[in-house]
Design a protein. Structure first.
Lengths: 236, 336, 433
């Protein structure tokens, strides 16, 4: 089997002296959805940030399309085709929806109108609210702005940190549908999710982390079927 | 009773001076608010930045006057202004490189950076006094009036004159142009939008690939331009004295805070709120009231609520009221 | 105290001794006295900033209040002026204070809404006009009496030493009012508010002639016990005999003795303050203050009333500054409101605290004496030094300009020192333990 499109391999590291990740490996294939789940404090978000370069690794590598990007800054990784949607503070609240999208495309020097139309097709509500300040939108709409902003760079990998935190179940389903649509356009998706059951349902690959290390790794379906995973992490 | 003359007196003594002073404060407050929004500290050196820019402009004005160059009816200082702006911009950019950048990289607390700005204030203050001295400098030239008292009287036949000084007209026109340019820049240009994005959410701006060093440099450039323009307009309208510019810090900060620190629109509104409050409270209303009331009710006193010596108390009081009752200001502050 | 710190103090002492030998002991002692007073004020600033992290830049205002206290307490009373309208002014002030109090009470008691806003506004506006109606004619009457020499109410004619604590109390009272409003807000708001109040205090003293003659200055304030007037000393047989024994000039010797007495007095006060502050710093109270400074959120979570502690330390620090201000006016024998400049009375003090080591009392003393020497030495020696520096230049406008602007180079130097210390030694010469 050839190497995955994006892989964070045997990552070890943390914010201070104490390591949070212990040889953790996360990978995603082209156009697939990979989901990281696990109990609170398992290092899910940390693993994601490590892949994005927001955390110094003491050991391990991150490779994108075969190229080692371990030493690159997050900004440089954006230029390489990675996009990241933080869990909170992920939009410019005082700017309009359209300006948010423009800022997402800040690094691009070509015409961004086509991409913007694609984002509006994916999230039609944003088009109707394009001149409204993003801070005035509802929680679900803000998440759409956040994802839309990240898509503006035309990334090859989209990384989402708990995109459904704090939104209603209906909105959550809708967001997951949109994420599947994004993946169908050939963009790899790596996301951390609190709502493990729903997330694993749409996942091609699932990673169950415990204490900064891989506990179970399999396809989403297989993990859902695994009795031990169900008992320990999916509430029966 | 003579309402027309009362109105003219009001325009002459309150409205027109207030408009000019308000515009000067608004430009100063815009600089403070921009620095606060992007660099996230209260820049105590802003008054002295204004003094520095004005000083350079005055020196160039003198040189131009010496060479026989004038600007017709307009003040020669307007010709010298670009040089003043360039020198101030170079100075603050150098300051940022030598002083502020270190604390930005360290992510030092805003209070420490404010104390650092005190040090910068000392240095600028010392340089200005060293070069131009501590005394009043009057550098306004060109035509003194757009409308002189006599012309107005002859044209209208009213007893009360209305005089508009050239410097007042220049102040208001320049301020309108500068503010329009600034808002166009912030709202419409890529760099301007990236500044607003940076002010709104620094981390996300970095994730979007916005270059923080560039944003900071552009902010200093604009702040230097605003400070120099505000300082030169104030100096033309009144006079230039280094200590007065230091004292302007209070009304300027009051304006920025009243409007909501970080909000450009608020800074403009705040500038006019402070300027008009100052003039309304320190103006002697006797003349206007005498015109407005029937003769039998004419007042004896000056009808001055507060001596002009206490004009700082006005900005201070408004500042305190705003801090107590709406700490984020008229326009919610914190982002451009 | 470590050997390093002792060496630092010895080096600063050497500066003063050198000034004594190279220039004159009179100059050296003058510099020392100014530096001691500034150091005492710096102790107050250190308490606010070093102990509690409060960023107040209103030092000048509190110093000026101390100076005002000296006039109000120790100047001789101007009976005729009092009779002209003193009681009227007092009545007006009391009424003014009552209307503010009434407005606050109304604000607290009335339910939220338009009625409350309107009635508070009505009380304040009505109170203001009532105040002015009584105040203005009485002020005019007081200022009309003997304006050449008095024109003010004068003081109580009490000894200068009484005026010092009164200066502290006056400063404390004003600090209470500011602290009540501005503490608990963002730190730079306190800075702006204190900067503003300082300007306002000074402009009140400058403009209210009935109070302290404004810019006409009050002179001939009495000396504090036990400092005699030089002319009296020169008449004293014992002193003359002593001077003759040593072969000194009686006039020169008398000025030295007076300055030495002042220095002794100030060192006594400074010593008492250091002793009290050291005890406070090492008490549970001091540890709590530092805990609050280092982590306000955690301290608040542990049930500490942060704003109340801040108010306490702000008032205490301001009182010390007021005390120092009163001593300064006593020593000068005159209140000259025009001399209150923020660069000297606020920012110089700050530089002392930061250079010395904020949070450390001994550091502040060292910083005060060192920076004080640098600052005042330029005041006394500046033109000479500049003359030396520019000796090589040809005579002309540039040289005259440079010699004349030694004062301004001092500002530049202070700024550079402040920036260098903040950058390379942010904890100061003697860091906090």
């Amino acid at each position: 089997m050839s190497e995955p499109f994006l892989i964070g391999e045997a990552m070890t590291g943390g914010y201070g002296a104490v390591d949070i990740l212990h040889g953790c490996t996360i990978a995603v294939e082209r156009g697939e959805i990979a989901v990281i789940v696990g109990p609170n404090g398992a290092g899910k978000s940390t693993a994601m940030k490590a892949v994005f370069g927001m955390l110094k690794l003491r050991a391990g590598h991150v490779r994108l399309d075969g190229e080692d990007i371990t030493q690159l800054s997050p900004q440089a990784r954006v230029a390489k085709g990675m996009a990241f949607v933080p869990q909170t503070h992920n939009i410019f609240t005082s700017m309009t929806v359209e300006e948010n999208l423009e800022m997402g495309a800040f690094l691009r020097r070509d015409d961004i109108r086509t991409t913007m139309e694609q984002v509006y097709e994916l999230f039609p509500i944003l088009k109707t609210k394009r001149y409204q300040a993003a801070g005035e939108l509802s929680g679900g709409q803000r998440q759409q702005v956040a994802v839309g902003r990240a898509l503006m760079t035309q990334p090859k990998v989209l990384m989402l940190d708990e995109p459904t935190a704090g939104v209603s179940p209906i909105v959550m389903d809708e967001l997951f549908d949109r994420i599947i649509e994004v993946a169908r356009t050939g963009i790899s998706i790596l996301m951390v999710e609190q709502n493990a059951r729903q997330a694993l349902e749409i996942a091609d690959k699932g990673y169950v982390l415990v204490q900064g290390a891989n506990r179970f790794t399999d396809t989403g379906k297989a993990l859902m079927a695994d009795p031990e995973v169900r008992r320990s992490f999916l509430g029966g | 009773m003579d309402l027309l003359n009362a109105l003219v007196a009001f325009l002459n003594f309150v409205f027109i001076p207030g408009l000019a002073y308000g515009a000067q404060l608004a430009l100063g407050a815009l600089g403070v608010t921009l620095i606060y929004g992007i660099l996230r500290f209260s820049n105590f050196a802003h008054g002295d930045t204004m003094a520095f820019g004005t000083m350079v402009t005055i020196l160039v004005t003198w040189a131009l006057q010496g060479a026989g160059v004038t600007f017709g009816p307009l003040p020669t200082a307007l010709l010298a202004l670009p040089v003043g702006i360039a020198a101030t911009a170079a100075f603050v950019l150098a300051t940022d490189r030598v002083v502020y950048r270190f604390y930005r990289r360290q992510k030092a607390s805003p209070t420490i950076v404010v104390i650092v700005s005190l040090g910068v204030m000392f240095v600028m203050n010392g340089i200005v006094r060293l070069i131009i001295g501590v005394n009043d400098q009057n550098f306004a030239d060109g035509a003194r009036f757009v409308i002189s008292a006599q012309e107005f009287r002859e044209a209208t036949g009213l007893a009360e004159p209305l005089a508009i000084r050239t410097t007042q007209a220049v102040t208001v026109v320049t301020a309108v142009i500068v503010v329009a340019l600034l808002f166009w820049f912030l709202q419409k240009t890529r760099t301007g939008k990236s500044m607003r994005a940076f002010s709104d959410n620094e981390d996300l701006a970095l994730l979007s690939g916005i270059n923080p060093d560039r944003v900071v440099a552009v902010t200093w450039l604009i702040a230097a331009a605003l400070a120099t323009i505000a300082g030169v307009l104030y100096g033309l309208d009144k006079s230039f004295k280094p200590f007065t510019y230091f004292q302007l810090l209070l009304p300027i900060f009051a304006a920025a805070i009243v409007g909501g620190l970080g909000s450009p629109l608020g800074a403009i509104a705040g500038g006019f709120v402070i300027a008009f409050s100052e003039l309304l409270l320190t103006n002697a209303w006797k003349k206007i009231v005498t015109y407005a009331l029937p003769e039998s009710m004419a007042p004896d006193g000056l009808l001055q609520l507060m001596s002009t010596d206490y004009k700082f108390a006005v900005s201070f009081t408004i500042l305190i009221i705003v801090l107590l009752f709406m700490p984020t200001g008229l326009f919610k502050g914190k982002s451009l | 105290m470590s050997a390093r710190n002792l060496a630092l103090f010895a080096a600063v002492a050497a500066l003063y001794v050198l000034t004594g030998f190279m220039n004159s002991w009179n100059t050296s002692l003058s510099i020392l006295n100014f530096a001691l007073l500034a150091t005492i004020a710096a102790m107050g600033v250190n308490m606010q900033w070093g102990y509690a992290g409060l960023f107040s830049v209103g030092t000048m205002g509190f110093t000026a209040l101390g100076g005002l206290a000296v006039v109000l307490v120790s100047a001789r009373p101007n009976v005729e002026n009092w009779q002209a309208g003193g009681l009227g002014i007092l009545l007006a002030l009391v009424l003014g204070a009552l209307s503010v109090a009434a407005a606050i009470v109304a604000w607290r008691l009335l339910p939220r809404g338009r009625v409350r806003s309107l009635s508070v506004a009505a009380i304040l506006i009505g109170g203001f006009f009532l105040f002015r109606a009584i105040f203005d004619p009485n002020v005019a009457a007081v200022e009309a009496v003997n304006p050449q020499f008095a024109g003010n109410l004068g003081g109580l004619g009490l000894p200068s030493l009484v005026a010092w604590p009164v200066g502290g109390l006056l400063a404390a009272a004003v600090a209470w009012a500011i602290g009540k409003t501005a503490l608990g807000l963002r730190s730079d708001y306190l800075a702006i508010a204190t900067l503003g109040i300082a300007e306002i205090i000074v402009s009140v003293i400058k403009n209210e002639d009935w109070l302290a003659r404004g810019v006409k200055n009050v002179t001939q304030l009495p000396r504090p016990w036990p400092v005699p007037l030089e002319v009296d000393l020169q008449q004293q047989p014992g002193f003359l005999a002593f001077v003759a024994d040593w072969g000194w000039n009686p006039v020169a010797a008398s000025t030295i003795v007076v300055k030495l007495l002042y220095a002794g007095l100030f060192i006594l006060v400074l010593g008492a303050i250091i002793w009290a502050f050291e005890r406070a710093l090492n008490s549970p109270w001091g540890r709590m203050m530092r805990a609050i400074r280092d982590n306000e959120v955690a301290a608040a979570a542990m049930g500490k009333d942060v704003t109340r502690r801040h108010l306490q330390v702000f008032i205490l620090g301001s009182a010390v500054i007021g005390f120092a201000g009163a001593m300064a006016t006593s020593m000068e024998g005159a209140l000259t409101p025009g001399s209150y400049q923020p660069l000297r009375f606020t920012f110089l003090i700050w530089v002392m605290v930061i250079v010395g080591g904020s949070g450390n009392n001994w550091g502040t003393v060292l910083g005060g004496l060192l920076v004080g020497w640098l600052y005042f030495a330029v005041e006394f020696l500046g033109p000479n030094i500049m003359g030396l520096v520019t000796a090589g230049l040809p005579d002309g406008a540039l040289k005259a300009h440079l010699v004349g602007s030694a004062e301004n180079i001092r500002l530049l130097t202070l700024g550079v020192i402040l920036l260098l210390v903040l950058r390379f030694s942010p904890r100061g010469l003697i860091p906090e333990k």
